[in-house]
Design a protein around this ligand. Sequence first.
Ligand code: COA
Length: 175
Amino acid sequence: MTPSWTLRRLQTVDDDQIDGLASVLIDCVEGGASVSFMHPLTRERAAAFWRTVARGVAAGERALIVAEDADGICGTVQLIFDLPENQPHRGDLAKMLVHRRARRQGLGAALMKAAEATARECGKTLLVLDAVTGGDAERLYARLGWVRVGVIPGYALMPRGELCSTTVFYRNLAS
Ligand SMILES: CC(C)(COP(=O)(O)OP(=O)(O)OC[C@H]1O[C@@H](n2cnc3c(N)ncnc32)[C@H](O)[C@@H]1OP(=O)(O)O)[C@@H](O)C(=O)NCCC(=O)NCCS
């Protein structure tokens, strides 16, 4: 079946795209995802976050991939390359977000594959991420072959205040 979205890497991020990315982030936080922000997340705070990301993209410190459907941006993932000088081969995978309207159709997996391909194109051989233990994302990463390192108990808060643990994963792109 042909997917209902298209994926692309943004080299610059305009105001409409910041608005679309803010909508995806707000939807994920409303839906209970632990992705750095507490509920309720205002549009202003969400847009401010994406403006900071946009500056990182323009500076070459981050790669930003977005998925778009008929209603606009419906998913996104980032690679952070702004790391210490002794880790030039490595990237952190972050802010993997799929709007609830687009979930469970394979978009999460497609974004991960696109991020891995982008990392390879950028000469990276090792990716690291963490995900809420027991959540949808943890299952996705394990299914795609990421290696589970371990669990850090009580690592962060869910958007409505309860503590959650995080599972750290890595992916060796050289093998
Ligand atoms: C985690 C997340 C990114 C997954 O996105 P997604 O687009 O739903 O991911 P996929 O569609 O690839 O896979 C999700 C499930 O749908 C299933 N699926 C995929 N394609 C499908 C299809 N065509 N029909 C039915 N099911 C399908 C997958 O098998 C998977 O099943 P599982 O959850 O039982 O393991 C999404 O839930 C999300 O954004 N969550 C909130 C933010 C978050 O927690 N981000 C992670 C930060 S680390």
